[in-house]
Design a protein around this ligand. Structure first.
Ligand code: UT7
Length: 320
């Protein structure tokens, strides 16, 4: 048996912030941001919460999959920016969509979160424990962004995406996940914003060594892709799409080049959303789905990479 994607959904906040608006806040400009990152604009949650976005994305995925919420056995939400510490966002999603038979919990694996959550669902499927999973990823990174730090505020955006996975007949694919805690210092956010947080501490903002992360991604992601292919005895030519974490267009172009793959197999939507951490992959899956770019049975190789450090890859089949 294997996990197939049977439905997707997404939500992007109403407010759109373009590069020119950011240039009013920090010393930067539209040309620099576009050339170095590919990003043109991002959606910022002014009124929406992480939970609201997660629920909207989840509803879209369930409707698209044509299932009833009661059929869902498992909900995993990947997020590093939940509204509250307790209860977890996945339980809020469960409540709001009426998935009363589902086990629900959150994971935090930063930008690898959606892929790792899918891998967990597939492992539950392989063990025969669950048959239908709803994987949600939702982020309000703008709340964790220092809007006076041009190294980071140009990159991030808010949004949510979701996918329904089903256990279907077919080959079971094995995933690959790596972590390197020694490099955890390269991307940190030490605490949550609090009403009385002293501004000078700045510990609740994302802090990043961009060049280290860039080098890590360009080196490790092609290795990860090869490891996933080798582990599953799948040839590179069999992969229809590489759906990668949307961090930076230069990273994705470098990965495609190292793998000798055409850029068209690495779709991107980061120009419109920025880097939405765990939400970036399901946001892209939903956009590709809604614009009819996937065909039934196509193999999709997903890869997430980011803070931890963590990097994770897996193959899923398109099931609609
Ligand atoms: O989900 C994973 C999360 N993180 C990432 O994926 C980030 C990965 N890293 C990156 O995407 C890139 O490293 C950045 C986009 C963050 C930065 O691009 P870069 O090409 O590595 O730039 P840099 O830090 O080497 O800076 C180059 C120059 C510097 O000026 P000098 O020293 O050459 O005069 C910076 O001071 O650009 C300057 N600079 C800027 N200029 C205008 C840095 N940030 C900006 C800015 N606007 N926002």
């Amino acid at each position: 048996m294997s996990a197939v994607i049977c439905g997707t959904g997404s939500y992007a906040p109403e407010y759109i912030m373009d590069n020119d608006r950011i240039a009013e806040l920090v010393e930067t400009n539209d040309d620099w941001i576009r050339e170095r990152t590919g990003i043109r604009r991002r959606h910022i949650a002014k009124t929406e919460t992480t939970t609201f976005m997660a629920v909207e994305a989840a509803k879209g995925a369930v409707e698209n999959a044509g299932i009833s919420p009661e059929e869902i056995d498992l909900i995993i939400t990947a997020t590093l920016s939940s509204d509250v510490i307790l209860p977890c966002t996945a339980c809020e999603v469960q409540k709001e969509i009426g998935a009363k038979n589902a086990a629900a919990f959150d994971i935090n694996a930063a930008c690898s979160g959606f892929v790792i959550a899918c891998n967990m669902a597939e492992a539950f499927f392989a063990a025969g424990q669950y048959r239908t999973a709803l994987i949600v990823a939702a982020e309000s990174l703008s709340r964790l962004t220092d809007w006076s730090d041009r190294n980071t505020c140009i990159l991030f955006g808010d949004g949510a995406g979701a996918a329904v996975l089903k256990n279907a007949p077919g080959k079971h694919f094995l995933s690959v996940t790596h972590s390197d805690g020694e490099k955890g210092w390269t991307l940190t956010c030490k605490s949550r914003p609090a009403a009385d947080a002293e501004k000078s501490l700045r510990e609740h903002f994302i802090d990043m060594n961009g060049q280290e992360i860039f080098k890590f991604a360009v080196r490790k992601v092609p290795e990860l892709v090869k490891e996933v292919l080798q582990k599953n005895a799948v040839d590179q030519e069999e992969i229809a799409w590489y759906i990668m974490h949307q961090a930076n267009s230069r990273i994705l172009e470098a990965v495609a080049k190292r793998l000798g793959e055409p850029a068209m197999k690495f779709p991107m939507n980061l120009q419109h959303y920025g880097n939405t951490s765990s939400a970036s992959i399901p946001l892209l899956l939903d956009e590709m789905n809604r614009t009819g770019r996937f065909s039934k049975g196509e193999k999709i190789l997903m890869a997430g990479f980011g803070a931890g450090l963590t990097w994770s890859g897996s193959i899923l089949a398109w099931g609609i």
